[in-house]
Design a protein around this ligand. Structure first.
Ligand code: MSP
Length: 645
C-alpha cells in the first residue's frame, strides 16, 4: 500500500507561524501513522515563491525576489527540521524541475485548446493572488484581507475551467470522500451551482516579471496558483518518473479553509485538462486563532513554532495542536490552554501511569515482567478489551483525520489503566506471598498497556514514544508494519526486563507569553504588581490544581449516627467513596443516577470512620427563609470522569 500526503507550499512573504506548523505537523503525523501501518509513504511540503505578493515583499525589503525567496524558504526548511518533520521532499516552486513541469503542462494544455487569449477586466486582490467576483466582496473589500481589490483591465491568457465544471460536479457527487469534512464539500458544491468563469492564468511581464515564463508567449509569466498547484505533480516526478506512477493515484492534499477554492476547483479542473485522474482526497482544516483573536502581524499576536518548541517541547506542542482542534473547525491557541493540557493529560495522566507502573515493576520484580496467561479476571478482561477496541478506533480515526478523537480514545485507556492500578492495589498484593501470581498478572497488564499506548503514540508524540519504547525494551522494533504486528493484546514477551522510568513530561509551572504579546515591559510590571495586590484572586496556575470531574452517583446511604452526612459511591474516572454533609437536603435514593461535579484531588479524609475521597460541588441559597442546597449536576451525555475546565 502507498500513501502520498502533501501540505500547501507556503508563501515566502512571511515567516513560519503556528498555522503553517499545524498543517505540517498534521501531515507529518499522518505520514508517520501510515509508515507505522507498513505503507510506502511520500510526504511533501515546500514553499511557493513566485507572484505579486513575493515581488512586493522583496521590493519593500530592497532585495531581488530570488534572494528574498531563498532566505525565507530556508527559514521554513529550518523550522521543519527543528520540528523534526519527516518530509521526503521539500519542494520550492523555483526548483528547476518544477519550472520545467509547469512549462510542459502549460504547453500541453495550450496545444489541446484549453488555454486562449482575451481581454479581461476584473477585481484583483494581491493578498489572495486572484481576481475576486463581486459576490465574494464584503462592503467592497476582500473579506480575508480587508482591502478593496484593484480594478485591472488587461489582455491575458485564460484556462477554460468552465469546460470541466460538470465533470468536476459529477466527480464530487460520485466520490463522497473527495473533499472532507463534509461542510467544505458542500461549500464547493454550492459554489459550483453557479456557472464557473474561466481562469486568468497569466500576468503581463510589463506588470510582473517574477514568475515562470509562458512557453508559448514570453511576454507573460504564469499566474502563481497555476504554477504552485503543479508542485504536487513535480515533486513525484511528473510525467514519467517512477514515483509519479507509484504515488499519483493515492494523492491526498491537506490545506486550511482559506485555499479551498484553488484546491477544490482550479486544481481538479487543471488535472482533468491534463488528462489525469483527479487527486484522491482533499482534507480541509479550520483556522487557529490566538486567544480567540485572528492571528495577525498588526495585532502582534503571531505565534512562532520555535517559541512553542522552546516553551513546551516538540511533543507538548504536537499533542496540544492535535488534541485541541477538531479537524475542520477553528480552534483557539492560548498559553493557558496548552499548559493546562500538558499538565493534565501528559504530565498527570500519562506521565503518572508510566512512572507508577514502572516503579512498581522495578520495586516488586526488579524490572522483570512475567506473562503467566492464567486467571484473568473481569477487570483484566475489561482492560485488554478496551486496549484492543482502542487500537481499532485509533486506526479509523487516524485514517479519517480525526486526530482529536484518536487521542481521546487513547486517553480513555490511559484513564482506565490508572483506575486499574487503584482497584488492583499492587502494593497490597506485594505484601501477600499467595498473591504473587496475581501481582505478576497485574504488572504484566500494566506493561502491556504501556506498550500499546507507546505504539499508537509513535506518530503523534514521536520523541516521547521513543523514550517509552526504550524503557519498555521495544525500541528496536522496526516501525514498518508494527501496527499490524503489534496491534493486539499480549505482544509484550514473557520475561522482558524493563528499565527505570524516565520523566516523560515535566509539569509546567507558569503561563508565559500572554503578557509578552499583549503589553509592553513597563505595563507588564504594573500589571503584575496590580495582580499581586488583588487579594482574594487566585492565579490560573492555582486554579488548574483543582481537579474537577464529572461523577455519577452509583449508591447513597445515610451515615450511621449522623443527621447531616450521606455516604455516596460515585463513578468518576474511578470509583470513589465520598462523605458529604447533604443529608438535610437530599434523601439518598433521589441521588442515585445523578451526574454531579466533584473535586477529585482532595486529600482523602476520615469522616465518622469512613475514608472520604473527594468533595461534591453544590450551590447554597435560600428558598424563602429556608436554607437550601442544590448539587451541581451536568447533562447526562457527559462521560463519567470527564475533566471540568
Ligand atoms: N502558497 C499558497 C498555497 C499554495 S499550495 C499549492 C498559500 N500559502 S500560505 O503561506 O498562505 O499558507 C496557507 C496555509 O497555511 C493554509 O492553508 C494552512 O495550511 C496554513 N495556515 C496559515 N494560517 C493558518 C491558521 N491561522 N490556522 C491554520 N492554518 C493556517 O496559501
Amino acid at each position: 500500500m502507498t500513501t502520498y500526503i502533501t501540505t500547501p507550499i507556503y508563501y515566502v512573504n512571511a515567516q513560519p507561524h503556528l498555522g503553517h506548523a499545524y498543517s505540517t505537523i498534521v501531515a507529518d503525523t499522518y505520514a508517520r501513522f501510515k509508515r507505522l501501518c507498513g505503507e510506502d509513504v511520500w510526504f511533501q511540503t515546500g514553499t511557493d515563491e513566485h507572484g505579486d505578493k513575493i515581488a512586493e515583499a522583496a521590493e519593500k525589503k530592497g532585495v531581488p525576489p530570488r534572494e528574498y525567496a531563498d532566505d525565507i524558504s530556508a527559514l521554513f526548511r529550518q523550522s521543519w527540521k527543528h520540528l523534526k518533520i519527516s518530509n521526503d521532499r521539500f519542494i520550492r516552486s523555483t526548483d528547476v524541475d518544477h519550472v520545467a513541469a509547469v512549462q510542459k503542462i502549460l504547453q500541453d494544455v495550450y496545444d489541446k485548446g484549453d488555454i486562449y487569449f482575451a481581454e479581461y477586466s476584473g477585481l484583483y486582490c494581491t493578498g489572495c493572488e486572484r481576481f475576486l467576483t463581486k459576490k465574494e466582496l464584503v462592503d467592497g473589500k476582500c473579506p480575508d484581507h480587508q482591502v478593496a481589490p484593484k480594478e485591472i483591465t488587461e489582455q491575458n491568457y485564460f484556462f477554460r475551467m468552465s469546460r470541466y465544471q460538470q465533470q468536476l460536479v459529477d466527480h464530487i457527487n460520485n466520490n463522497p470522500e473527495f473533499i472532507t469534512p463534509e461542510r467544505y464539500r458542500n461549500e464547493v458544491l454550492s459554489f459550483l451551482s453557479e456557472p464557473l468563469e474561466d481562469l486568468c492564468i497569466s500576468r503581463p511581464t510589463s506588470r510582473l516579471t517574477w514568475g515562470i515564463a509562458l512557453p508559448f508567449d514570453k511576454k507573460f509569466v504564469t499566474y502563481v496558483w497555476f504554477d504552485a498547484l503543479i508542485n504536487y505533480l513535480t515533486g513525484i516526478g511528473y510525467p514519467d518518473g517512477p514515483e509519479f506512477s507509484k504515488y499519483w493515484s493515492v494523492a491526498e492534499h491537506l490545506i486550511a479553509k482559506d485555499i479551498l477554492k484553488p484546491h477544490a476547483i482550479y486544481w481538479p479542473t487543471m488535472i482533468m485538462a491534463m488528462g489525469l485522474e483527479p487527486y484522491k482526497k482533499l482534507h480541509v482544516h479550520g483556522f487557529w486563532n490566538v486567544n480567540e483573536t485572528k492571528m495577525s502581524k498588526s495585532i502582534g499576536n503571531v505565534v512562532r513554532p520555535q517559541t512553542l518548541v522552546d516553551s513546551y517541547g516538540r511533543d507538548g506542542m504536537r499533542y496540544f495542536l492535535l488534541r485541541e482542534m477538531s479537524f475542520g473547525l477553528d480552534a483557539s491557541f492560548s498559553d493557558e490552554a496548552i499548559v493546562a493540557r500538558i499538565n493534565a493529560d501528559l504530565a498527570n495522566d500519562l506521565g503518572n501511569l508510566f512512572s507508577r507502573s514502572l516503579a512498581m515493576i522495578m520495586k516488586y520484580r526488579n524490572g522483570k515482567v512475567r506473562l503467566l496467561r492464567a486467571g484473568d479476571n473481569e477487570n483484566d478482561r475489561q482492560l485488554y478489551e478496551m486496549a484492543e477496541g482502542m487500537l481499532v478506533s485509533y486506526q479509523t480515526y487516524m485514517t479519517g483525520f480525526q486526530f482529536h478523537k484518536a487521542l481521546q480514545a487513547i486517553w480513555e485507556l490511559v484513564g482506565f489503566a490508572n483506575k486499574y492500578i487503584v482497584s488492583n492495589e499492587p502494593w497490597a498484593l506485594a505484601k501477600d506471598a499467595d498473591k504473587a501470581e496475581r501481582l505478576d498478572t497485574v504488572l504484566y497488564n500494566l506493561a502491556e498497556t504501556l506498550r500499546v499506548i507507546c505504539l499508537v503514540l509513535r506518530p503523534i508524540l514521536p520523541e516521547s514514544a521513543e523514550k517509552m519504547a526504550e524503557v519498555l525494551q521495544i525500541a528496536g522494533t522496526p516501525c514498518v508494519s508494527d501496527l499490524r504486528a503489534g496491534g493486539r493484546w499480549g505482544a509484550l514477551p514473557d520475561g522482558v526486563v524493563v528499565g527505570e522510568a524516565v520523566q516523560l513530561f515535566p509539569r509546567l509551572e507558569s503561563v508565559k507569553r500572554e503578557e509578552k504579546t499583549s503589553c509592553s515591559g513597563k505595563e507588564k510590571k504594573k500589571k503584575t504588581i496590580q495582580n499581586e495586590s488583588e487579594t482574594g484572586c487566585i492565579t490560573f496556575e492555582e486554579f488548574t490544581k483543582v481537579e474537577l470531574r464529572v461523577a455519577e452517583v452509583l449508591a447513597a446511604e445515610r451515615v450511621k449516627k449522623s443527621e447531616k452526612l450521606l455516604q455516596l459511591q460515585v463513578m468518576a474516572h474511578e470509583k470513589r467513596t465520598i462523605v458529604a454533609g447533604i443529608a438535610e437536603y437530599y434523601v439518598p435514593e433521589e441521588l442515585v443516577g445523578k451526574k454531579i461535579l466533584i473535586v477529585a484531588n482532595m486529600k482523602p479524609a476520615k469522616i465518622m470512620g469512613i475514608r472520604s475521597q473527594g468533595m461534591l460541588l453544590a450551590a447554597k441559597s435560600r428558598a424563602g427563609d429556608k436554607a437550601c442546597l442544590v448539587l451541581t449536576t451536568v447533562d447526562g451525555a457527559v462521560e463519567n470522569g470527564s475533566r471540568v475546565a
